[in-house]
Ligand binder design. Structure first.
Ligand SMILES: Nc1nc2[nH]cc(C(=O)O)c2c(=O)[nH]1
Ligand code: SF4
Ligand SMILES: [Mg+2]
Length: 218
């Protein structure tokens, strides 16, 4: 595997927002979203073993880990699985931030491990790349689906998917709607959600408010 950066911060997204979390950012991404905020992760990074990742994690006194990138699931699957197994054995809570293009069903997830599946909207330029079957493999009350929205067309694309795949919050599907940073009025997106009576979580990235939005390692 290749590691871009590993740092302690607060989780800026998901239902764990605000909670202390260790971020493991792997090198490389198979997508190129128009709005990407982590281009530095595409190529920078050094080879590392799962055991060495664990050593860096153990040195930080927090039991919550977020695997991200880039796209974390383009690392060799066996090594990622070894890392997931070790994290579970040592009592870590784990979230995997994945870009929606990779089959999530190939991994054995343990207790307190979940996927955050980012479904890439049309204005990302990457919606054709989605691995649609992932929407059938989501585990209710565990995994979360994230929609990062830039305009009304994106929003309707998302609500169509929610209908088509019956991602009903009443059945435990956890939906997150976030604005593309500085692309859409926050109030606009909130109003659409409320007008539709959609039981989704509206969310802005906390780390872009607490720190300079371009700062790395936070
Ligand atoms: N604080 C903080 N929270 C995050 N949640 C998801 C992140 C990501 O880059 O995937 C991220 C990040 O980079 N920083
Ligand atoms: S999936 Fe994430 S890291 Fe990859 S290009 Fe899109 S925003 Fe950037
Ligand atoms: Mg990020």
């Amino acid at each position: 595997m290749r590691l871009n950066e590993l740092f302690l911060s607060i989780q800026g997204e998901t239902s764990s927002a605000g909670l202390p979390t260790i971020f493991v950012r792997f090198t490389g991404c198979n997508l190129r979203c128009t709005y990407c905020d982590t281009k530095y992760s595409y190529y920078e990074g050094d080879p590392i073993t799962p055991e060495q990742v664990m050593e860096q994690i153990r040195a930080l006194k927090v039991k919550r880990v977020c695997l991200t990138g880039g796209e974390p699931l383009i690392q060799p699957r066996q090594e990622t699985q070894v890392l997931l197994d070790m994290l579970a054995n040592e009592g870590y809570e784990v979230s995997i931030e994945t870009d929606g293009s990779i089959d999530i069903s190939k991994y054995t997830m343990h207790e307190n491990q979940r996927f955050i599946v980012d479904m890439k909207v049309p204005s990302s330029g990457m919606s054709e790349r989605m691995h649609w079957a992932n929407l059938r493999h989501l585990v209710p009350n565990r995994d979360e689906v994230k929609f990062v929205v830039g305009n009304r067309e994106d929003y309707e694309w998302c609500t169509n998917l929610v209908r088509e795949y019956d991602l009903d919050p009443a059945k435990g599907y956890q939906l997150i709607f976030s604005p593309i940073f500085r692309e859409i009025e926050l109030e606009q997106l909130v109003n659409w959600i409320l007008e539709d009576g959609l039981d989704a979580r509206f969310q802005v990235q906390l780390h872009k408010i607490v720190w300079d939005p371009d700062k790395r390692g936070v």
